[in-house]
Write a new protein. Structure first.
Ligand code: ZN
Ligand code: ZN
Length: 383
């Protein structure tokens, strides 16, 4: 074709990656060469000048250049191209394009699938797809987290329709081959474009690309093959779980599509704080109140742990804030053997509302500490 369009870079005589300056320079050189003032009544120079102007107009515009680089002439603003009078192969350019908006629309009409049809963005409707994960939350007590427990959960999830077995067709019938696409899921479309007549394939609208139509839909799922159901289930929460952790039960989420795997059921566990015990990792922390006398003389005391009360001998002279460790009596390690430790911190309680007699005895006791001077005695008391 005599007037088939030349590549814009070729027209200006520059490389594809040419900088703006290089473009400008090339353009000026071309203008000097073909300017009509220099070539009066020269049709060829006039045409060349037109071609150069058009090329520069596109390449000097960042957006137009990007579209041209990606899509060629089809990527450029059609009104511009039509106005330039450039003869596109196939003809009828301006008329065909008048109804189109942006480049996305153009490709939609060219190839039937939108831009996503290229990069694989549009999923094949018959491809297996994994079901969605289903999430829920449970709250358990501190002790249940230590010991493990069973919890009843209730979640909505999508299951394969039990009535039609997932086909979507009323029982006794089955899906039929789509008459529009004869089961291929694709139909051929012939399209006139500025680049000529295109025959492209499009997803069949009648069957949505599945190649099958359901004449007599299942009443339970309205032909969807999947149905929303309530799942009630007792889930066992393992010992050692901590606040904010989640359990994932594989395959218990929404059912997959086209033979894809089911999603998972994810249970987030929140643990109510306990009034006696605190937890850090698998270690337990608690406080034990003892009397002033027990602290001074020592005693065997009962210490509450997550296994119940255990006996512990505190030595004479134990101070307020002293702590001891019950090894291996903390929280069982999640999914492992062994347990953390239990740290117990001693709180010495000071007697209140003493009777006169008690107060006198205490003073007598204080006086008995006569090997010390006043200030050190007081300071040792108040520590
Ligand atoms: Zn059904
Ligand atoms: Zn079809």
């Amino acid at each position: 074709m005599a007037d088939s369009k030349r590549d814009y870079y070729e027209v200006l005589g520059v490389q594809k990656g040419a900088s703006d300056d290089e473009l400008k320079k090339a353009y000026r050189a071309m203008v000097k060469k073909y300017h009509p003032d220099l070539h009066p009544d020269d049709k060829e120079a006039e045409a060349k000048m037109k071609e150069v102007n058009e090329a520069y107009d596109v390449l000097s515009d960042k957006d137009k250049r990007a579209r041209y680089d990606q899509f060629g002439f089809a990527g450029i603003d059609p009104s511009y191209a039509a106005g330039s009078g450039g003869g596109y192969p196939g003809g009828g350019f301006s008329g065909d394009f008048s109804g189109f908006g942006d480049i996305g629309d153009i490709f939609e009409s060219f190839f039937g699938g939108g831009m996503g049809g290229f990069g694989g963005g549009r999923a094949n409707p018959n491809a297996p797809r994994k079901g969605q994960d289903v999430k829920t939350q449970v709250q358990i007590t501190f002790m249940q987290a230590c010991k493990g427990t069973g919890v009843d959960i209730r979640v909505n999830r999508i299951e394969k329709c039990p009535q039609c077995g997932g086909t979507g067709a009323r029982s006794g019938s089955s899906p039929e081959t789509c008459p529009d696409c004869r089961g291929s899921g694709q139909v051929k479309v012939t399209q006139r474009t500025p680049l000529g007549m295109f025959q492209t394939t499009k997803t069949c609208e009648r069957c949505g690309g599945t190649g099958r139509v359901i004449k007599d839909p299942c009443t339970a799922c309205q032909g969807q093959g999947r149905i929303r159901k309530v799942l009630q289930k007792n889930v066992s929460i393992p010992q050692g779980i901590d606040d904010g952790q989640s359990l994932r039960i594989t395959g218990e989420g929404d059912c997959g599509v086209n033979g894809g795997a089911n999603g998972d059921l994810i249970i987030r566990v929140s643990v109510k704080p306990d009034e006696n015990f605190e937890r850090e990792g698998f270690d337990v922390y608690s406080e034990i109140p003892i009397s002033y006398m027990q602290a001074a003389l020592g005693d065997e005391i009962n210490v509450p742990t997550i296994d119940g009360s255990v006996k512990y001998k505190i030595p004479a002279g134990t101070q307020n804030g002293d702590s001891f460790v019950l090894r291996g009596q903390g929280v069982p390690r999640l999914y492992r053997t062994g347990r953390g430790d239990h740290h117990v911190s001693v709180r010495v309680t000071v007697p209140r509302n003493l009777t006169k007699k008690q107060a006198d005895l205490l003073r007598a006791f204080d006086d008995s500490l006569n090997d010390r001077n006043d200030s050190s005695r007081k300071s040792s008391w108040f520590k």
